[in-house]
Write a protein of this length. Structure first.
Length: 120
């Protein structure tokens, strides 16, 4: 898929690659509820991911540790049980990459749009 046009899979999700100026890349799969980030390289691609998360008002959840990482303004929209466990960070590429290396040793993550009805 690398270097090709974005594709739409059987379930309607959009699949594409992003590449930062330093050559670092990540594959993204996006549907109406989430953006899955796969195989991100270390580098400036995390700046792009952090910007996307910020613009969407999203939270980042790594399925291996299950806690949300977000800015303070998104924390209030999480379900009550997730608010206490949320890791509040400045949403920058450096902070995001460091957080996932610290908790998982990897940088794979899933971003979920933080909607007020998530707790229902």
């Amino acid at each position: 898929m690398k270097g090709e046009q974005p594709m739409v899979d059987e379930g309607g999700a959009l699949q594409f690659w992003i590449r930062a100026a330093d050559g670092s890349e990540a594959e993204l799969i996006a549907d109406k509820n989430s953006v899955l980030v796969l195989r991100p390289h270390r580098g400036a691609v995390f700046d792009i991911i952090a910007e996307l998360v910020s613009r969407l008002g999203a939270v980042v959840i790594d399925p291996t540790w299950g806690r949300a990482a977000c800015r303070e303004e998104e924390r209030a929209h999480l379900p009550t049980e997730m608010q206490e466990e949320a890791i509040v960070i400045e949403m920058t590429g450096e902070a995001l990459a460091s957080l996932f290396r610290l908790h998982t040793g990897s940088v794979a993550a899933e971003t979920r749009r933080c909607l007020p009805d998530l707790g229902r």
